[in-house]
Design a protein around this ligand. Structure first.
Ligand code: TRP
Length: 337
């Protein structure tokens, strides 16, 4: 297979929101329709257990995220779409990688260091308090996700670049120790153009700030949330600055360049906040109406989603089983014959 392989995972701990759509889902779906690319998209549900130990929340989030991607047009004939937890070879590979990965490398992981930093700031005597081995070794599992499919490109947010570098490190060490070209060294792609969408309070839209607009809320709820987007106290008729305005940024992420230019002009002419909010609501609602109906139908048919994911896992496992059949003898775990 000489196609370019693009792979990314979505941690299943929350409900997809407009920021996820603009930053990750939309570009990934566009890539899934490109015949020159073999894309692998998966629900990182083993990763979810690091952050969420509420089974209902994890289960619900897996279903919502799968339904969202399907409702928005993911091409599952081209893209391979699966649940990480269905691919038993992934934790197996994670173990092989753990055994070539220096503990010191993990000590330098941002996610781990941030957790230690929080303990220190709170005056804890044990800096590792509340930190699980799952969190500590998180980059190893992520490396297994990526190296398993010999992905070339991994679209991720900026905060994930270090994990891709760690995956390269583990790939290189494994290749070196076991003297072979087992793994491709992956590269992160960070979309420099796509801005980080801001949320209701003007900070980055993120479930940890509780400032998101979920993609598929009811029409009424969507309207309520758009009205909550923070604006300033300028009166109708006063010129407004689109470039610092969260409402405008959200609109522009969905609108065509012409539509954005038009809205920009009306800001300068002094459109009132009430009118601007109504228009943004109407615009978003018109664009989300169809996928919302598909989403609702999918959420009411989990057996169908299950079937799609099982099919995806079967396709994925053709590759992962073949790779493990090569890796086991390479490390001395082959069959006796
Ligand atoms: N850690 C990623 C995140 O939180 C999710 C993820 C898990 C992932 N495995 C991956 C992303 C493999 C890319 C490739 O966003």
């Amino acid at each position: 297979m000489s196609q370019r392989r693009v792979l990314t995972g979505i941690t299943t701990t929350g409900t997809p929101h407009l920021g996820n759509y603009v930053g990750a889902i939309k570009p990934a779906i566009a890539e899934s329709q490109n015949p020159d690319v073999q894309s692998y998209y998966f629900l990182a549900d083993l990763h979810a257990l690091i952050k969420a130990q509420d089974p209902q929340r994890v289960q619900q989030s897996r279903l919502e995220i799968a339904a969202t991607w399907l409702a928005l047009g993911l091409d599952t004939d081209n893209a391979i779409f699966y649940r990480q937890s269905d691919i038993h070879e992934i934790p197996e590979l994670a173990w092989l990688l753990s055994c070539v990965c220096a503990k010191g490398l993990m000590n330098r992981s941002h996610a781990y260091k941030a957790a230690v930093g929080e303990n220190e700031a709170a005056g804890q005597s044990d800096p590792d308090r509340g930190i699980s081995m799952g969190l500590f070794g998180y980059p190893v599992l992520m490396a297994a996700d990526i190296l398993m499919f010999n992905a070339h490109k991994v679209p991720v947010g900026r905060d994930q670049i270090q994990h891709i570098e760690m995956a390269r490190d583990m790939a290189g060490r494994f290749n070196h120790i076991y003297k072979g070209d087992y793994f491709t060294l992956p590269e992160a792609i960070v979309d420099e153009q796509s801005e980080v969408l801001r949320g209701l309070d003007g900070r980055k839209m993120s479930k940890s700030y509780d400032n998101t607009i979920p993609l598929f809320v009811s029409e009424k709820k969507l309207q309520k949330l758009v009205r909550k987007i923070k604006t300033n106290s300028l009166e109708p008729g006063e010129p407004k600055d689109p470039d610092t305005c969260t409402l405008f940024q959200i609109y522009a992420a969905f609108a065509t360049p012409d539509e954005s230019a038009d809205m920009r002009r009306r800001y300068v002419e002094g459109i009132g906040w009430g009118d601007a909010k109504n228009e943004v609501f109407e615009y978003l609602n018109a664009h989300l109406r169809e996928p919302r109906a598909r989403y609702e139908a999918l959420m009411n048919d989990p057996a169908y989603i299950e079937q799609v994911l099982v099919k995806g896992a079967e396709r994925a496992r053709e590759e992962t089983q073949a790779l493990m059949d090569k890796l086991r003898p390479a490390v001395g775990l082959g069959r006796f014959q």
